[in-house]
Design a protein around this ligand. Structure first.
Ligand code: GRF
Length: 207
């Protein structure tokens, strides 16, 4: 399967995907393009180092959302993309793109949705919220993207313990290392193997 990875930041999730394709953990998959909305995202550097086509598509470079949406979809079609992976991508996915790629766009969110998610919950804010509510367990979720933020069919989740004296930064790092960097590659591999089906809004995984 050909995947596009959309990024906005450091690209550690992208790096996990690159590394697990290279070590054979993720089968039947190639990253055809990395798309960022930030020209200076280190994730673009990681893509270039790995010899992967890296493009910057910035919403504010377009007259309106439609032009941005069309450019995104055209780029995906040009690369013959089967699956879009949002990995720390901080742009609201245009509805046109969701319609064109229904149940073929996945996102990694650093909490156990439906907790601590939705508009405004991204990056450290998610972990600040977890600590503020005194949760003893948090984690990460891979889900299909639909028209609502952090809301589509859940594919995989992995729980992570919250420790006494955790700061948001320490907790974020643990969630990335113990959860994100494992379940995102695993979900890509499962989808590549045709093992994930969405029935009545629920994602089912063939064992
Ligand atoms: C992190 O906050 C991570 O939890 C979330 O996206 C942000 C950046 O990740 N998934 P990355 O290092 O750019 O993959």
């Amino acid at each position: 399967q050909k995947i596009a990875v959309c990024v906005s930041g450091g690209g550690t999730n992208l790096q996990a995907i690159i590394d697990k394709i290279n070590d054979g953990t993720i089968k039947n998959t190639e990253i055809s393009v990395v798309i960022s909305n930030k020209p200076d995202a280190y994730a673009l550097e990681r893509a270039k180092k790995a010899g992967i086509d890296a493009v910057c598509i910035r919403p504010k470079d377009y007259e309106n959302r439609d032009d941005f949406a069309n450019t995104m979809v055209d780029t995906l079609k040009k690369h013959d993309i089967d699956l879009v992976v949002l990995a720390g991508y901080l742009v609201i996915v245009p509805v046109k793109m969701i319609h064109e790629y229904r149940n073929r766009i996945i996102n990694i969110h650093p909490s156990l949705i439906p907790s601590h998610c939705g508009m405004g919950y991204y990056g450290l804010k998610v972990h600040e919220s977890v600590l503020a509510t005194g949760n003893k367990v948090t984690g990460a979720t891979v889900h299909f993207v639909d028209e609502e933020a952090d809301h589509g069919p859940i594919i995989l989740q992995k729980a992570v313990k919250v420790h006494e004296n955790d700061t948001p930064e320490i907790l974020q790092k643990r969630v990335m290392e113990e959860a994100e960097w494992n379940i995102l590659p695993e979900a890509i591999d499962l989808i590549g193997a045709g093992k994930v089906k969405v029935i009545d809004g629920i994602a089912h995984i063939e064992e």
